[in-house]
Design a protein around this ligand. Structure first.
Ligand code: GAF
Length: 375
């Protein structure tokens, strides 16, 4: 799609923001916990030109037409569908006092949407870096991530945590981002499976999910209710060693299982990071598998496609496998010996055909850099 053809002017620059896969630490971010995502090479690209009339026009190579709105008229929910994301970015920038003027934005993507790879956060982050970059406004990447979360929570209405935006803004090439939400601190953990003759497979099980629906919000609400019942600000405050005592104080069995997932998952992130720092990447595999079991049995956010993909990967020799992202579809990751990668992928394809599921697809999980200006 030619920028010149769509907007009748030439662009001032292009900015990219990547999607992510989370290695471990699922549904822990909104509990003030720990997460460990990597950014993908797949990204959303926003090509932009300045306007000085206070208006933003957005077009997407995947959608028909141009959507245009005045920044001053924006209010939560005022622009719908995919354009809600760029509109939400402009709205929170206006609310936060950033002088963004106006812009033409062309959105292009090689990041599958609805696959749990954080295309929403990537679209938001790419819009932020483009709108700020057009005006040479320098803003700390973690602050942009926080603004992107606010836009998604308050403008789009999706109660997501802060992991995806931080991954899109703050990941670095060759590393996983160890992000402690309570401390708002980050550490870059070297992550290079090929150096250990390993591979990280990412398999899209093609059972699309959405966060705006009730299940994600319901999980978040149970966690917040449990924290209130236990008298703590967030479930992060429950130490792994105190888990049994905490569970005994909760009245509802479902809530008890939600809490058990969150507290044990935070411990698994700590264990995974310790193993990676010690150069024992192979030993992280069983933690992936334990995470999946917890998400399936205690948090109840897996679907048959995710469970079949994980079980098949393990039967075919994976060192560990788990669903990644918000759940109810999306992708699994599997840590495998590099020599076994093809066999594991073929086994998953075969199992999907036998179950009558849509054919899965895989993508390269090279740990990549966060958002940046491209040209
Ligand atoms: C989605 C959300 F957007 C994240 O904030 C996080 O909660 C994740 O699901 C689950 O770990 O990607």
């Amino acid at each position: 799609m030619s920028f010149q053809k769509v907007f009748g002017t030439s662009p001032d620059g292009s900015w990219r923001a990547p999607g992510r896969v989370n290695l471990i630490g699922e549904h822990t971010d909104y509990n003030d916990g720990l997460v460990l995502p990597i950014a993908l090479p797949n990204r959303i690209l926003v090509t932009a030109s300045k306007r000085d009339d206070g208006r933003i026009a957005v077009a997407s190579s995947g959608q028909r037409g141009v959507i245009e709105f005045a920044i001053d008229d924006l209010a939560p929910g005022s622009v719908g569908d995919w354009a809600a994301y760029p509109a939400g970015a402009a709205w929170i920038l206006r609310e936060s006092g950033y002088p963004i003027g106006g812009a033409n934005l062309l959105v292009e993507s090689d990041l599958p949407s609805g696959a749990g790879l954080s295309s929403s956060a990537a679209l938001l982050c790419a819009t932020f870096v483009a709108l700020l970059g057009l005006r040479d406004l320098e803003v700390d990447p973690a602050e942009i991530a926080r603004l992107a979360q606010k836009a998604e929570n308050q403008y789009v209405g999706a109660p997501v945590g802060l992991m995806d935006q931080m991954a899109s803004m703050c990941c670095t090439e060759g590393h996983a981002l160890f992000f402690d939400i309570r401390a708002m601190s980050t550490d870059q953990i070297p992550f290079d499976p090929p150096a250990d003759d390993l591979a990280l497979l990412v398999v899209d099980v093609k059972a699309p999910h959405r966060h705006v629906d009730g299940e994600y919000a319901a999980r978040r609400k149970s966690c917040e209710q449990a924290a209130a019942e236990l008298g703590v600000p967030a479930l992060r405050s429950i130490a792994f060693e105190d888990l049994d005592d905490a569970l005994a104080r909760l009245s509802d069995d479902v809530v008890r299982r939600r809490v058990r997932h969150v507290v044990t998952e935070i411990r698994r992130v700590e264990d995974a990071v310790a193993l990676m720092r010690a150069g024992k990447l192979r030993e992280v595999g069983p933690l992936f598998t334990a995470s999946h079991a917890s998400l399936r049995d205690d948090f109840e956010i897996t679907v048959p496609e995710l469970d079949v993909a994980v079980d098949t990967a393990l039967e075919a020799g994976a060192l560990g496998a788990r669903m990644t992202g918000g759940g109810f579809g999306g992708c699994i990751i599997a840590l495998v010996e590099a020599s076994a990668a093809d066999a594991v992928l073929s086994a998953i394809e075969k199992a999907f055909a036998e179950h009558g599921f849509s054919a899965p697809s895989s993508l390269a999980a090279t740990p990549s850099a966060g958002a940046s200006r491209v040209s």
